[in-house]
Design a protein around this ligand. Structure first.
Ligand SMILES: Cc1cc2nc3c(=O)[nH]c(=O)nc-3n(C[C@H](O)[C@H](O)[C@H](O)COP(=O)(O)OP(=O)(O)OC[C@H]3O[C@@H](n4cnc5c(N)ncnc54)[C@H](O)[C@@H]3O)c2cc1C
Length: 375
């Protein structure tokens, strides 16, 4: 068995470390920060097969969901099988859900349409005013991104003796060898570069030509909701229907898009669609917006937070809307691929660009890679 080195302790790096260690390799992970600090700890914690196109992405998502369920048992990661509910508060949103329901079985999506009364039984959070119904899907899971990555790293170290080198920015990678910024050097037979949205440090020329773009998302979180109140399934909005490509096949989406462009162009401008998840501490995670490439500024826009909260209040009710925290995250996204994969040197693999679905896809995509490399 060989030596495997992984750059980046985000979910994509952890996924490769896990698959390699499971096959008996001697694995080391190099992370520049004291802990994973990128998109992996800043997200909603939604494991979201419902958003994935049939084919590789959906297959990866379903495999990954099984992996997450396994981690709950083996590694003590909090994994909640909450499912998801897309809410429709407008006729055009409902029309998209009805069209999706008609094709869902042949596309392999489980789930069913709910009437307003059924929605209200599924979640105490749905705003009843204007509610047309919803699409309930059983396949989604909830994890807590702030604790999951650290727990998985600790488990990989305990269970498989994976070595984690934190505070280790890798500045150079060549076949068989990697070097940190302070001149330390390690050897490895296979090197995985899973450095997220950092396009500047390793293989900048490969990443420049990759078609990847950085995408910035603003997020908010409430304090724990009072009296153990639970949201039920993850909640997504009619606005979300224009975000995930799986709804692209529904003809009614065009009417919905046109209405939003005419009524609320500010939502298109900032790429806003709204979703809510609730972690094990009872906090509700709210978001989000999408700003790409050169539009990304280091500072957050209070206008975006206001719009996110305005849109959320139209579709959900929370016992406590008090915002306890605000932050942003940046992920790397490719326009058409679920992950960007390159082999810039023999034995060196770049894996990044899982967009808004890295938590959902990483374990499945890494499984595919390792099956291909070692079957
Ligand atoms: C706000 C937000 C919400 C999201 N919500 C969801 C969701 O609910 N569900 C979902 O499936 N996906 C979601 N995503 C997407 C998901 O979080 C990402 O696709 C995924 O985390 C990407 O993982 P990664 O390992 O590629 O990158 P990252 O998590 O960014 O990890 C990269 C790591 O590499 C390290 N690194 C970089 N360069 C070097 C170097 N040279 N040397 C050493 N270390 C280095 C960084 O410090 C970092 O820790 C969301 C993303 C964001 C930002």
């Amino acid at each position: 068995m060989g030596q495997v080195a992984v750059v980046g302790a985000g979910i994509v790096g952890l996924a490769h470390a896990w698959m390699a260690a499971e096959r008996g390799h001697d694995v080391s992970v190099f992370e520049r920060s004291p802990r994973a600090e990128g998109a992996t700890i800043r997200n909603f914690g939604m494991i979201w097969p419902i958003g994935q196109r049939p084919g590789v992405a959906r297959e990866a998502a379903l495999r990954a969901a099984e992996r997450w369920r396994g981690l709950a048992l083996s590694a003590g990661v909090w994994v909640h099988p909450c499912g998801s509910l897309h809410l429709a508060h407008r006729d055009d949103e409902w029309a998209v859900l009805e069209q999706f329901a008609a094709v869902a079985p042949e596309l392999g999506f489980a789930g069913r349409l709910l009437s307003p009364a059924e929605v209200e039984r599924a979640t105490p959070a749905a705003q009843p005013e204007g509610l047309r119904g919803g699409w309930l899907s059983p396949t989604e899971l909830c994890v807590n991104p702030r604790t999951a990555a650290a727990r998985i790293a600790a488990w990989l170290a305990e269970r498989y003796r994976v070595r984690f080198h934190f505070h280790s920015p890798i500045r150079e990678v060549e076949t068989g060898c990697l070097r940190s910024a302070d001149g330390r050097q390690w050897r490895a037979d296979r090197i995985l570069v899973c450095s997220g949205a950092d396009f500047a440090t390793l293989f900048p020329e490969t990443l420049r030509e990759s078609g990847l773009k950085p995408c910035k998302l603003q997020m908010l979180r409430t304090a724990p909701q009072p009296n153990g109140w639970r949201i039920g399934p993850h909640l997504a909005s009619g606005l979300t229907l224009r975000h995930y490509p799986v709804f692209g096949a529904c003809g009614a989406l065009e009417t919905l898009r046109a209405r939003i462009a005419a009524e609320t162009p500010e939502l298109d401008h900032f790429g806003i669609h709204v979703m809510a998840s609730q972690n094990d501490a009872g906090e509700v995670i709210l978001g989000d917006s999408h700003e790409y490439g050169d539009a990304i500024e280091p500072f957050d826009k209070s206008e975006i937070d206001t719009l996110i909260l305005r849109e959320l209040r139209k579709i959900i009710r929370l016992p406590d809307w008090g915002v306890a925290e605000r932050w942003h995250g940046v992920y790397a996204k490719h326009a058409s691929l679920p992950v960007f994969a390159a082999e810039p040197l023999p034995g060196v693999h770049v894996r990044t660009g899982t967009g808004g679905s890295g938590m959902t896809l990483a374990f499945g995509l890494a499984e595919f890679d390792w099956e291909r490399w070692e079957s």
